[in-house]
Design a protein around this ligand. Structure first.
Ligand code: ADP
Ligand code: MG
Length: 320
């Protein structure tokens, strides 16, 4: 049965340059262009944890790849290849076909070849590893933020968290918000455009405050975030949530898959120009400061400059 499923996958797998040997042998053979570094990212999606039960298989497929491409985007790497490990409760060919509709739609769009994987029986779980290419020294790392940098974020924040909150309350979820939860758009072009301009970058998967905290710790700096500056989509504003709820979704919600990056003040015009080429908006949301006595911290401030206290921090596994 596994063989039939693998053959179904192989027959549809996206192709691309550099694949010397794809699905079918004991390992794939990949040829990176001369001189390029490989950026490798892996992420697992578990049913009920990373997507609500009842999520359409095509959306699960899209998201499984999108979250990995988002990691490559945050490194400034160009996605090239991926592998797909599927744990399935049963050998439902129809489920796999629908899953591939979403997975391969994104792979085709981004020019990513599916070159291997594993197929086993077990609770529904999807693990994808994505490989990207980046020129030596150009990768956008978490450890490059410097005091005085601006903090920026691409696109808008909070839509996916709002969709999840409404869905959990059995409320109507406006399609534009549901789309942000189910079909995140990895900021691949934006990440590549920022390579060479930004000092540090991370993708926003667990809420911008929590993710910026990772940048601060890696860079041994602190950050100030003006919660009033966090960008909202028209769909989020149309919900007319109270301000505190909206800010919580934006600051501490998850699943945005935007890029949060730092860049020197002198690079403001360069940032805007580079992202305009990538058809991506960006907003300045704060600044990087020297680490304080408490170490590397992220300080969220409200419109009056006072401390803004999130009720819940960013999503963390294994924490109740
Ligand atoms: P092995 O026992 O050597 O791991 P498998 O039967 O697991 O062999 O895999 C056979 C081939 O099919 C390998 O090339 C593997 O990478 C590929 N493959 C297995 N499952 C998947 C999958 N879900 N997606 C893509 N390729 C897969
Ligand atoms: Mg195997």
């Amino acid at each position: 049965m596994e063989f039939d499923l693998i053959e179904r996958i192989r027959a549809r797998a996206t192709r691309r340059d550099g694949v010397v040997l794809g699905i079918g042998d004991d390992a794939a053979l990949l040829q990176p262009p001369p001189g390029m570094q490989l950026a490798v990212a892996t992420d697992t999606l578990n049913a009920g944890v990373h997507f609500p039960d009842g999520t359409a298989p095509a959306d699960i497929g899209w998201k499984a790849l999108a979250v990995n491409l988002s990691d490559l985007a945050a490194m400034g790497a160009r996605p090239a290849w991926c592998t797909l490990s599927l744990s399935l409760p049963d050998a439902a060919a129809a489920w796999v076909d629908a899953f591939l509709d979403g997975f391969l739609a994104l792979a085709d769009r981004e020019g990513v070849a599916l070159v291997g994987g594993d197929t086993t029986r077990g609770p529904l779980s999807i693990c994808v590893t994505a490989h990207g290419l980046v020129a030596p020294g150009r990768a956008l790392r978490r450890d490059g933020a410097r005091a005085g940098d601006d903090v920026w974020v691409t696109g808008t924040l909070g839509d996916a968290a709002a969709a999840l909150a409404l869905w959990r309350q059995n409320g109507d979820v406006p399609p534009a918000l549901r789309q942000r939860l189910d079909r995140p758009q990895p900021r691949v072009e934006a990440g590549r455009a920022l390579a060479g301009i930004a000092h540090a970058c991370i993708d926003v998967s667990d809420g911008v405050l929590a993710d910026l905290g990772h940048v601060c710790r890696a860079s041994a700096v602190s950050a100030r975030v003006e919660v009033d500056a966090l960008p909202s989509s028209p769909a989020l504003l149309a919900l007319q949530p109270d301000d505190d709820r909206r800010r919580r979704w934006q600051a501490s919600g998850g699943d945005d898959y935007e890029l949060c990056f730092t860049a020197p003040v002198v690079a403001r015009e360069a940032v805007v120009a580079a992202l305009a080429d990538a058809a991506c908006a960006a907003t300045r949301i704060g600044g990087i400061e020297p680490a304080d006595d408490g170490g590397a911290t992220v300080r969220a401030v409200d419109g009056e400059g006072g401390a803004w206290q999130p009720v819940q921090p960013g999503y963390r596994h294994f924490v109740s």
